[in-house]
Write a protein that binds this ligand. Structure first.
Ligand SMILES: [Zn+2]
Length: 282
């Protein structure tokens, strides 16, 4: 089975089951702007699968062959777990810095902002993106190189671990707090784990505003230890009540999806959504 097919099946299973479970258990009940959110999810799935995937895979594949013309399968002798570890840590590290920069640079923030205007946090937000965001993802660029060089399966596992954790930290289910409340004796374990791996606690804080929020931090998808090491970690240990951005409703959907191809006048010339100094303030 090809690497692409394995990833497709895993994504359909994880996303399909998780999102369906959220809907069936009423997690989206009472959510406002459901049509808009649904439109963003469909646009995100389509742009990821039909635009970013083929464009980046085609271009990165071309680069891999041009840069390493005589090395097809050249790394296939490398130990599976060693290759997995290198690919996984590299992708997580690159994603941490990409994500952090999108919060610190205004033009990048507008590409990432769409992901933050969701007022209801659930697995659908995994696909709520400006169409250019997915083209920047390290995971998409690394894939063709890994497959060409013969370490496709370690790459698939690295992407799947990241995808699974990403789904489990965006979900509306606060499974982490539930487990902690059910098993108070396990608290020392969680105190260590929450500093190493991103949990719903820290990622919900990244999407929230108001008490327990931390918009400009908690950037790692999986390896939260990067946030701890680079001084951007905040661990609130609480449920957040509000998600999105204070000015999130004022953005036109076309700009949300297509900026910089579509540019609208900034609705908040005050301006709460602009990065002030280095960090985005809302
Ligand atoms: Zn973010």
């Amino acid at each position: 089975m090809s690497e692409q097919l394995i990833m497709l099946i895993a994504v359909v299973l994880i996303f399909g089951l998780g999102f369906t479970l959220e809907i069936l258990s009423g997690k989206l009940k009472g959510a406002k702007r459901l049509k808009r959110d649904g439109g963003f999810i469909i646009a995100g799935l389509l742009s990821h699968g039909l635009l970013a995937g083929p464009i980046v895979a085609g271009f990165a594949g071309y680069l891999a062959v041009s840069w390493f013309p005589d090395h097809a399968g050249g790394l296939s002798h490398v130990n599976f777990w060693a290759a997995f570890a290198v690919i996984f840590v590299f992708q997580e590290f690159a994603h941490y810095w990409l994500h952090r920069l999108t919060h610190e640079k205004e033009w990048l923030w507008k590409i990432h902002r769409t992901h933050h205007t969701a007022e209801n946090l659930n697995m659908g937000v995994l696909y709520r993106y400006n169409i250019f965001w997915t083209m920047m993802l390290p995971q998409l660029w690394v894939g063709p190189f890994a497959i060409y060089l013969g370490v496709g399966m370690p790459y698939v596992l690295a992407v799947m671990v990241t995808y699974f954790v990403n789904a489990s930290t965006h979900t509306a289910f606060r499974w982490d707090l539930w487990l902690r409340e059910k098993m108070p004796w396990s608290e020392p374990f969680w105190r260590v784990l929450e500093k190493v791996i991103t949990l719903p606690d820290t990622h919900h804080a990244h999407h929230a505003w108001g008490p327990g929020s931390h918009l400009n931090g908690n950037y790692a998808i999986t390896l939260f230890i990067f946030d701890v090491l680079f001084g951007t970690a905040k661990i609130p240990n609480r449920r957040q009540k509000r998600f999105g951005l204070p000015k999130g409703r004022s953005y036109h959907w076309t700009e949300e999806l297509f900026w910089p191809m579509v540019r609208k006048p900034d609705p908040s010339s005050g301006n709460q959504n602009k990065p002030s100094g280095k960090k985005v303030t809302a």
